[in-house]
Structures are given as C-alpha cells and as structure tokens.
Write a protein of this length. Structure first.
Length: 236
C-alpha cells in the first residue's frame, strides 16, 4: 500500500478551478517531486492534502486511512507535516522556541528531547544558534529551521514547498543534501520545486503539473532524457 493515495482530487478558489482530477500515489520511503510553471496549482495541491484548502471532489488516503474528511490537526497527528515556501519562522522567538513549537502533536511531545537531539545532529548550525532570535538568521539558516521545526512533529510524510526559492546556489545544494539525508532516515518526501535540474537528480520520481493537471510523471532518471522535459524545463 502507498503511504499517500490521492484519487480524483479537484480544488478551487472561489469560482477559479485550480486542480482538475489529480490522481497519484506516494510510496513509503521515496522522494516524489512536483514541478511545473508558476500558477500550475503545485502549492494548492500540498495545501489540499493537508486540508488548508478545501477540495471539491476526490479521495485522500494516508497510511491506509481516509483523511479528506478530517481537520488539519488530525492530519498532522496522523504524521503529515508541511514546510511552506518563503522560509517562514517566528522571527521574534529563538531558534529553540521555534523548534519546540514543532512538537505540538501529541505523539511528539513526550519525545521532544530526543527529537531535538536528532534535529541538532542534522542541523548543527541550529544548535549553535539555539538561543538566537530566528529573525536574525541568514536565509539558508531560516530554511533549515523551517524544515527542522517540521521534523519535530515526527512526520511520516514531509511536504516541502519550494525549498530552494531565493537561496544562493551553494546553499541550495546544501539544503537538497539535507532533504536527502532526512529521507534516508525514514521520512517520505513530497516536494514542490522550481529547480527542475536539481530536482530530477535528487528525487526518485517526478510529476509535472500544468494548469492543474498532471501531464507527465515517471522515474526522475528517465525524465531527465525526456524530450518534453528537456525543452520545456531544462532549456535543452
């Protein structure tokens, strides 16, 4: 059974249809990436899975349980976390306070100390900055904090929206390596990303979302050589 199953998902903002009959699975332990042009509905897809955007039709199952009728809090309790784009942190709180907020799910509270140790092993720079206000961190450090805070909830599935947005190229590579490291530690990844070249290198499978519909999907190593992908997204 896949960890996440989405069947016939449609969503709209007011009268504007954004997603059209989207269906796909996320297998346990993989990195599945979603690429596509701006306005294609990629962020809406992640938000609909978590319940931040209401869907008009479709079924969402997580870990063999139907969740599309469950509130956001319940979906988080089941093991889904969301890292929004824009490196959103609480700037007037310390790094440690931001991380502690990530442990709100009931199952994560009792193991907060162990989770902090785990996060600081992955992100040693955050341990150094633990007492520093989050608003004083660099862009790359804020992105690391945003990801680390989500890890504090002990997720089975981490949904990450545009992790490379606005970061210097060398920091982008570092963030992608960290995401791969997290995945190797038994966290399944569903990632929306604009850097198609790096995405295809690091993910197991990739879906192309255009105008709210999946137009192509497959193993990333195969899509690198796909003529449409090369022309539309890789400039080749």
């Amino acid at each position: 059974m896949p960890l996440l199953s989405v069947k016939g998902l449609s969503a709209r903002y007011g009268i504007a249809q954004v997603l059209w009959d989207v269906s796909f699975n996320v297998e346990n332990g993989e990195i599945l990436s979603v690429v596509g042009p701006n306005g294609a509905g990629k962020t809406t897809l992640l938000k609909a899975i978590l319940g931040l955007v209401s869907h008009t039709s479709g079924i969402i199952e997580f870990d063999s349980t139907r969740i599309d009728d469950k509130p956001v809090k319940k979906r988080v309790e089941y093991g889904i976390c969301y890292v929004p784009e824009g490196r959103r942190v609480f700037p007037d709180m310390t790094v440690l306070e931001n991380l502690e907020l990530g442990a709100l799910p009931k199952r994560a509270r009792s193991s907060m100390r162990d989770n902090l140790k785990f996060v600081f092993e992955l992100f040693p720079i955050l341990k150094e900055r633990a007492s520093q206000l989050a608003g004083t961190l660099s862009g790359g450090e804020r992105q690391m904090l945003s990801i680390a805070r989500a890890l504090m909830s002990e997720p089975k599935l981490m949904m990450i929206d545009e992790p490379s947005l606005g970061l210097a190229p060398n920091i982008v590579i570092q963030v992608f390596h960290l995401i791969q490291d997290i995945n190797r530690r038994n966290v399944t990844i569903l990632m929306v990303e604009q850097n198609v070249k790096q995405t295809l290198k690091m993910s197991d499978r990739t879906m192309v979302l255009e105008s709210g519909k999946i137009v192509k999907s497959g193993y990333s190593k195969d899509l690198i050589e796909d003529g449409y992908i090369r022309e539309a997204y890789l400039g080749a």
